[in-house]
Design a protein around this ligand. Structure first.
Ligand code: PLP
Length: 386
């Protein structure tokens, strides 16, 4: 059976070149980067070289990079670290209604600890309004956290503008850039970010490794206490193969980025045009153009996203409904509800995300298989009147 992977926003395969770069660090060069002997120093060099590659890519200083176990840890560290470091200054945090659970989870925890959190709403395309942010800031606001791109609907937020508003008020600004790093140019100064989260498995690196960018001077309570790795900011023996893999993945993304953006945008726009032409009663979710180059998200009315997903899976096509982390729950996506969809429409969403190993023939296959799947499911749906 033909196998077509169209779920790159959930995770990406490790690029074979990344795997080759990682391999020596499992056996020949397995040292602990904190050891003083030659094994340790070899590992330390790989660690610091990798830090430089990542720092250079996002316009940061090497000492502003903290390696973590991935996007979730980076987001938790940013939210909890910045909140607890500034609790004497104020207790108000601003985020959005469409954040990944890796941000909304710690935000809800902070509410339980006495912080006040404002969840900014979004418009029908999923955009946060800079004016709303301005209006919501008070003299108690200590942090703003708004994601760079939404993992479900692909909408790109006006981060530079939002970051500038926070900066002018001297408020710490965090952005979850897990869906953009490696896919679009990301520069911490251009984005006005004090804290920025990223995760290697979203850009052809291994799972379980990521980083938090921490602008010099940002007040952050230590998150993982223990040894003094990462200048005391994040204890635990370094995951050298993972970190080397992250850096190699960054190098590859850097050299391929322009071509990948061009190709994926053309396939994305083809799907955005052809799906509604082939299937009636569909709605594009997310901004029509201000969106990730690889993201397509449609609500397909009168049927459940899960049923579409399973029918496509039987044809060898892997897509997603809701976000990967919640697609096993039957709750409609908080992102689709936030852009104003009713529960029924929110239940019928399909996310298609393209990547490095996608081919035009994958797009052709999906366009061929999706309409009969939808037709068959609608024929069985009590909600659908022929
Ligand atoms: N933030 C966003 C926007 C994501 O898409 C994800 C993963 O789906 C995460 C955070 C969590 O990243 P990780 O899987 O590396 O913990």
């Amino acid at each position: 059976m033909k196998k077509v992977y169209l779920d790159y926003a959930a995770t990406t395969p490790v690029d074979p070149q990344v795997l080759s770069a990682m391999q020596p660090y499992f056996f020949d060069q397995f040292g602990n980067a904190s050891s003083l002997h030659a094994y340790g120093q070899e590992a330390k060099k790989a660690l610091e070289d990798s830090r430089e590659v990542l720092a250079d890519f996002i316009g940061a200083l090497p000492e502003e990079i903290v390696f973590t176990s991935g996007g979730t840890e980076s987001d938790n560290y940013a939210l909890l670290g910045a909140a607890f470091a500034q609790e004497k200054k104020g207790n108000h945090i601003i985020t959005s209604a469409v954040e990944h659970h890796a941000v909304s989870g710690p935000a809800k925890f902070l509410e339980k600890k006495g912080f006040k959190v404002t969840y900014l709403g979004v418009d029908q395309d999923g955009l946060v309004s800079p004016e709303d942010l301005k209006q919501t800031i008070t003299d108690k606001t200590i942090m703003v956290s708004i994601m760079h791109a939404n993992n479900e609907i692909g909408t790109l937020q006006p981060i530079s503008q939002l970051g500038k508003i926070a900066k002018e008020k001297g408020i710490c600004f965090h952005t979850d850039a897990v869906q953009t790093v490696g896919h679009l140019p990301v520069n911490v100064d251009a984005l006005n970010a004090d804290l920025l989260s990223l995760s290697a498995h979203k850009f052809y690196g291994p799972k379980g490794v990521g980083a938090l960018y921490v602008r010099k001077g940002t007040r952050l309570e230590t998150f993982m206490r223990g040894g003094d790795q990462e200048r005391g900011r994040r204890a635990s023996t370094h995951n050298i193969p993972g970190i080397v893999g992250l850096a190699k993945a960054i190098e590859l993304c850097r050299s391929k980025m322009n071509d990948e953006i061009k190709l994926q945008t053309s396939w994305r726009d083809r799907l955005i045009k052809e799906i509604p032409a082939r299937i009636p009663h569909v709605r594009l979710n997310g901004h029509p153009s201000q969106r990730l180059p690889n993201n397509v998200n449609f609500s397909i009315k009168y049927i459940e996203g899960e049923s579409i997903l399973l029918s496509l899976d039987m044809l060898g096509i892997a897509c997603s409904t809701g976000s990967a982390c919640t697609s096993s729950s039957l709750e409609p996506s908080h992102v689709l509800l936030a852009i104003g969809l009713d529960h029924e429409t929110a239940h019928g969403s399909l996310r298609i995300t393209l990547g490095r190993f996608s081919r035009e023939s994958d797009v052709d296959y999906l366009l061929e298989q999706l309409p009969p799947v939808v037709q068959k499911l609608r024929a069985m749906s009590p909600l659908y009147e022929k």
